[in-house]
Write a protein that binds this ligand. Sequence first.
Ligand code: ISE
Length: 335
Amino acid sequence: QTLGVAVIGTGRMGADHVRRINDVISGARVAAVADIDADRVRRLADGIDGCTPYTDPAAAMADPGVDAVLIASPGPAHEDALLAAFARDLPVLCEKPLTPDPASALRVVAAETALGHRRVQVGFMRRYDADYLTLKSLLDKGTYGRPLMLHNKHRNADTPPGFSNAMMIHDSVVHEIDVTRWLLDEEITAVQVLRPAPTGHAPEGLGDPQLILFETAGGRVVDTELFVNCRFGYQVSCEAVCEDGTARIGDDRGVFVNAAGHWGGAITPGFVERFEEAYDRQVQRWVDATRRGAVEGPSCWDGYAAAAVCEAGVRAQATGERVAVELAERPALYR
Ligand code: ISE
């Protein structure tokens, strides 16, 4: 039976997921949409057969056609939406962040633990990117021996208005936090942030670029160059340095051109284009698992751990010091 999805939040990511469910993936339909912007949500629902608009997320979840929830509202609204979904025991795909801080993320972990079963897949879409999946399988198989270090690059052409130093950690580095925990299969234990002299292209007050260092429970070290106003395009790469070799993913590929006295190719403009297939695969896998009655992928624990590392990262950024990450005990549900 086709899965009826309520999409909560219809901004950039929410509207893109509505399009994805309608036009790209199979086995699901958009049964309800919710947004505080009543006009926007009504216009969106008007274009979709059998879709009802709401301004209240809980009312959208109560719609008789709804079997599952996709949360794409701003992070601060996630906790309430997640608890409303738990009250109906509905399966959830929750865009990152799970919630914006570790205290609220831990409340969500506790609420899901009280349900007694996992209900949430967190939208860390890089885990569904073909390149990252290849790297993960090389590391899991031990093809090049034990991983010792990761070198990440995370570059955005520019930042939206109001993008802050804290958002560089919460919105951007959060992906490297999840990728590190996932690829190495261990927790991050400490964070340091180095801040070189900023580019003249960054908005006033933004320390861009930054170099972020993680230490992990197994004694590995991970560095990330974050450069969010590099101007030339969107680039995300990861090199694993192992005992018997290295493996790097994310180098730009595609057509190689010689023309007008230059050689080379194009760089993707933004994350929506770079990770388009990963987003598609993420939502398709969520729908497939949900229809089987299963829950897979990044969990509420992963969302909580990421929030705890972000909090340490923002402190490290502000103080210039090495900040240890404090984690609660992992409930059996997530072991
Ligand atoms: C944005 O929120 C994302 O999730 C992108 O993947 C990231 O590259 C960007 O820096 C963030 O602002």
